[in-house]
Design a protein around this ligand. Structure first.
Ligand SMILES: [Zn+2]
Length: 56
């Protein structure tokens, strides 16, 4: 292994936690956004049924 490839491997391994954090953040944002959208949909659905608005 040359010094160059060693340095490259080192910088790539340093990127792994950063990429992991980005993916984790994206996953949390996506999950939170989806859960919130589902919650909003459910509450809007309940309101529609409670006022007798045709929805199905
Ligand atoms: Zn409905």
């Amino acid at each position: 292994m040359t010094t160059k490839t060693h340095a490259l491997a080192k910088s790539e391994s340093a990127l792994v936690p950063v990429m992991g954090l980005i993916l984790l953040g994206a996953a949390i944002l996506f999950t939170a956004g989806f859960a919130q959208a589902e919650m909003l949909h459910d509450s809007a659905h309940d309101v529609r049924h409670s006022i007798g608005f045709a929805c199905h």
